[in-house]
Write a protein that binds this ligand. Structure first.
Ligand SMILES: Cc1cc2nc3c(=O)[nH]c(=O)nc-3n(C[C@H](O)[C@H](O)[C@H](O)COP(=O)(O)OP(=O)(O)OC[C@H]3O[C@@H](n4cnc5c(N)ncnc54)[C@H](O)[C@@H]3O)c2cc1C
Length: 372
């Protein structure tokens, strides 16, 4: 493909970018996706995939085939003291690692005809008003031109800086840490265990493995000198977590770690780029809905791009559709996070689940969309 012939450039190859690449290429558009890493790779994520997108993924053959993916239908919640409540999940979900899922989707996008540039970082994206198209500059100096750009570069990227997005100037206190483990835990359950400053999830993924992933405070890892020391001094105060650490086999040499995780609102359209997935807004991980939102927003943007709208019509339609589908979910997610990460609030969270399960289910429902 000539560099001048790209119809849609997709910046970032997580779920949002990969779904869009697959759908747009399948519809005959000339699509190029740029991903700074090479598949397959691990990323920080709880790997609980909400059932809201399963029908869509199955229809598009975007769910890895030949694997027995665990079906999850129950939620366990413990307060910082390890006292626990359980609640059934109306929609539920499945467990699947990003190592497997993203690689499968990248294969499907290639099969559909998308051009995939892996191992290259996009340095800048500029809209050229006179030419009514974008110029994309890579870290190896190459330049590409595209009529449309989807920003699928996740929660925090160099591109947020180069585009001067407002949230990037604010510091965030959160870090995310992920392991794969082997352990003795009910495969049909997802648990969230509170500790001072954060919460840790566990659920089964493929091949008898489990994902253990938490959101904590970077000041705790600084205070205790390392991730391991923080886990011993902070997380293990919850006996449920101490038990998990003591009784499990850890499969990674070292954990996957990210910092500066921001839940601040972002704009879904900036500098004429349609933002999808976390680049448009990250829902708090306790909702277990970020992957579904990434997939859904990729689908929504692709559907609109296939309609040959004028640029102003396209931007307006995407902004409206995104706000309708996601803005309230993100807000509820931010409010719900207040029930986590301290003795008092996690106690209240446990009482809510144990004594007012109807209300707890309503809150969970408000952070999820309808199946599609
Ligand atoms: C601790 C934690 C736990 C979570 N647990 C869950 C969960 O259990 N369930 C759930 O549904 N969601 C969960 N989430 C949220 C979920 O991980 C995200 O919402 C989801 O990964 C978003 O997908 P995405 O495609 O938008 O971004 P990503 O998957 O982050 O992909 C973005 C891609 O862009 C690439 N990129 C970035 N900058 C550039 C550049 N300049 N050039 C080229 N490539 C670039 C990156 O390498 C990356 O591959 C969790 C999040 C956190 C932080």
């Amino acid at each position: 493909m000539k560099t001048s012939e790209i119809e849609v450039a997709i910046l970032g190859g997580g779920l949002a970018g990969l779904v869009s690449a697959h759908l747009l290429a399948q519809s005959g558009q000339k699509v190029m996706l740029f991903e700074k890493k090479s598949y397959p790779f691990h990323r920080v994520c709880g790997e609980y995939l909400s059932a809201e997108v399963l029908g869509f993924l199955e229809k598009q053959r975007l769910l890895p085939e030949g694997l027995d993916l665990p079906r999850i239908s129950e939620f366990e919640y413990s307060d910082t003291n390890g006292k626990t409540e359980y609640i059934s999940l109306d929609q539920g979900g499945i467990g699947v690692s990003r190592f497997v899922l993203d690689e499968w989707m990248a294969k499907r996008a290639r099969e559909s005809g998308a051009f995939m540039e892996e191992g290259v970082q996009v340095e800048e994206v500029d809209f050229l008003p006179k030419e009514d198209r974008f110029c994309i500059t890579l870290n190896d100096g190459r330049e590409f031109f595209a009529n449309h750009v989807l920003g699928a570069f996740g929660k925090r990227s160099k591109l947020d800086k180069s585009m001067s997005r407002s949230f990037i100037t604010q510091r965030s206190p959160y870090i995310g840490v992920k392991y794969h483990i082997r352990t003795d835990f009910d495969k049909s359950r997802v648990a969230l265990h509170n500790f001072e400053g954060g919460y840790c999830g566990i659920n089964a993924v493929e091949e008898g493995k489990y994902n253990l992933c938490y959101l904590g405070l970077s000041k705790h890892s600084k205070k205790f000198g390392s991730i391991e020391a923080m886990e011993r001094e902070v997380l293990w105060k919850n006996p449920k977590l101490k038990h998990l650490w003591m009784e499990s086999e850890f499969l990674f040499e070292k954990p996957e770690v990210i910092s500066e995780i921001s839940f601040e609102p972002k704009a879904p359209v900036e500098n004429h780029v349609l933002m999808i997935g976390d680049a448009a807004g990250l829902i708090t991980p306790l909702c277990g809905n970020g992957m579904a939102m990434a997939i859904r927003s990729g689908f929504m943007a692709s559907e609109l791009l296939m309609q040959n709208l004028s640029r102003p019509q396209l931007e307006q339609a995407y902004q409206k559709a995104w706000t309708q589908e996601f803005a309230f979910r993100l807000w509820v997610g931010r409010q719900s996070q207040k029930l986590f990460g301290s003795g008092k609030t996690s106690f209240l969270g446990r009482i809510l689940i144990g004594q007012f399960p109807f209300l707890a289910r309503q809150i969970i429902q408000k952070t999820h969309g309808k199946p599609f």
